[in-house]
Design a protein around this ligand. Structure first.
Ligand code: SF4
Length: 359
């Protein structure tokens, strides 16, 4: 059937979803861009009552653990260090301070839009040490690897990377193993899958019997993906499917993966609210250790007890919806965020706050 416009097609997909869903389904998205797209389009209010959408640990800023934040804040206080970071990290509160507060106290923290900007800073400031704060999932890492390669070619010895990069498949496995977390299917992150393809996610259907569908970012993409999930359940054939065919191939982007593997190796990483997950982070390989800011600046931090209890950990596991946090809107707002999920533009709390969805 042909549809003259997206609105008409969305109505058609919604009608199919309402008609075809047979059992209650809880679907988790693990991508901040999906979180925002779902909130902005108001999809939750239009879906069948049997379908529940949860936001998972899909925002790299939000999943950064307090201890890692405090360590980065300690690093920003080091003499002659310029800390280069994406803007979202500036206002994320650690247990004592934030990078923005440190900047106001004199730390040299600069907002950059890419690792290449950080390289330029290093070239322009030879008497300072420029540390690029690497925060992101598989999608971000190839550009960091490219910057590193360029730094090596340029002989830039005052550039290093503090890697807080994280990998998505291991955290999905942890959620599936968690008896508290009830998920029937995943909307797979479209951007991450452009790099990884579908292979690293096949365990979800093969070992756990759950569907997962790689979705694009339009409302109709998401609805199509949800319909594919419903049909997988109806037909009893859980698998990894690609709805986002215009960008994702089953094999992903092997060149980008090789690039990641050339410079980085998997290591254990701390995830907010979830804890340490083996092989879920990326660290520079030993042969590039001299570009590893963690080794170049072995700072320590003492975790302090937070005055206000943020429920980001539970929100990231899908155990709480943002408005179920007692601080939501009353104490915690984008202007005065208590936790990272309210700071980041891709955070669940910020998306719920901005688009006002309660369901
Ligand atoms: Fe944390 Fe604020 Fe979200 Fe509550 S509303 S979980 S305090 S970020």
């Amino acid at each position: 059937m042909k549809h003259s416009n997206k609105k008409e097609y969305a109505s058609f997909l919604l009608e199919r979803l309402h008609r075809e869903i047979e059992r209650p389904l809880t679907v988790m998205e693990v991508c901040g861009t999906h979180t925002v797209a779902i909130a902005r389009s108001g999809l939750r209010d239009l879906l069948p009552d049997k379908m529940r959408l949860l936001s998972g640990p899909g925002c790299p800023v939000c999943v950064t653990d307090d201890l890692d934040l405090d360590l980065v804040i300690a690093l920003s206080r080091e003499k002659d260090v310029i800390l280069a970071t994406f803007g979202d990290m500036m206002r994320v509160p650690g247990t004592e301070s934030s990078l923005l507060q440190e900047k106001s106290r004199g730390a040299d923290v600069r907002i950059v839009y890419s690792p290449a900007d950080a390289l330029r800073l290093a070239a322009e400031n030879p008497s300072s040490q420029v540390v690029f704060l690497g925060v992101g999932f598989e999608t971000t890492v190839p550009v960091v690897a490219a910057a590193l390669e360029q730094a090596i070619e340029m002989g830039l010895e005052n550039f290093s990377v503090y890697s807080l990069h994280k990998l998505v498949p291991p955290v999905m496995r942890v959620l599936l193993e968690d008896p508290e977390v009830k998920i029937d299917a995943f909307l797979n992150p479209g951007h991450v899958c452009t790099i990884l393809g579908t292979g690293p996610f096949s365990f979800i259907s093969e070992q756990y019997g759950k569907p997962c569908v790689v979705a694009g970012f339009d409302a109709t993409d998401i609805l199509e993906a949800l319909l594919l999930i419903v049909r997988q359940y109806r037909e009893g054939r859980p698998s990894v499917e690609i709805q986002y065919r215009r960008a994702v191939r089953p094999e992903g982007n092997p060149v980008a993966v090789d690039y990641i593997e050339k410079y980085f190796q998997p290591v254990g990483a701390r995830w907010r609210g979830i804890g340490e997950i083996p092989e879920s982070g990326l660290e520079l390989r030993e042969e590039y250790a001299r570009y590893n800011a963690r080794l170049r600046f072995p700072v320590t931090a003492r975790l302090r007890k937070r005055k206000k209890r943020c429920a980001c950990g539970e929100v990231l596991k899908g155990l709480k919806l943002p408005y179920e946090c007692p601080l939501f809107r009353k104490v915690c707002t984008p202007a005065r965020p208590v936790g990272p999920c309210m700071v980041s533009t891709e955070g669940s709390c910020a998306a719920y706050y901005r688009y006002g969805k309660k369901k």
